[in-house]
Design a protein around this ligand. Sequence first.
Ligand code: MEV
Length: 317
Amino acid sequence: MKSIASAPGKIILFGEHFVIYGIKAVLCSTDKRIIATSQFVDERIVRIRSSLGESEIGIESLDNLENVQQKFMRPFFHIAKKILMENSTKQGIEIAIESEIPAGVGLGSSSAACVAVTASVNGLFHKLSEKEVVKLAIEAERTIFEQNSGADSSISTFGGLASYDLKDGFQRIPSRNDLSFIISNSSQVHNTQDVVRQVRQFKEKNEDLFNRLCKEEMDIVDNAITSLKENDLNKLGSLMSRNHELLKQIGVSTEKIDVLINEAKKTAYGAKITGAGGGGCIIALVDNSNTKNTFDNLRKISDSFITKIDYNGLQHT
Ligand code: MEV
């Protein structure tokens, strides 16, 4: 028996980093996915296979995940451990992870992998509710990234367009905007935890400025939610560009990112970093009927693609 689940990646439209300090973020899931396939094996091991590497440990060693050399694998072992324990089984499992999402560039590949793996491993026993999946996926991610806000795993599970904050969690934005974005990848791979740590240090050194930026971010997000409901793309684009200025101030942009942003802004409604920054990707909001100009200009200087909002979220067969 095989249990297959897939979960989408994401882009953050507004509020990355600030969401960790209680500000609302706005994000949507995208049309690229992670697919996880789980099955029982005869050996008493948990084996994980992915394009980024392969790792296996004996079921008895699942209590010592610090020993797992490839740190990014720990959340998956954590998920397997919890589910095997809850179902009182010592049977081994193999989990294969396939990805359509580039890793380490802010497009939500780690969270989507945790969501897909949680649903897929659980499917070997019984189906979990989406709320249960997201809870375990966030817990797993926090084994290597403690400050994780939970925004990425939530959108990957529920899909669509939503706001997220630490207090109220996931709130769907009631509109089915057919937005088009160009994603452009600086190919500067980042480590989200490191960038989040740098922002914390910036905050500690610049408390007053950081508080002012948080207030401004809050206004941007409120206006953005109104613009989304009214489908006012001009306004939305200029709010995105303004949000990028704030991200620059907290130190998460790079020269390469700013080159991409300036190029995008020539023809798009607006552009900004998406995700942790420190490299990674930018998003540019473009008109549905005119994606070509921005796309052609950006792909001359970096790997770029067009994306749409995915309204399906976690899929489980
Ligand atoms: C990463 O996609 C978004 C951050 O805000 C981290 C988080 O929310 O956990 C940088």
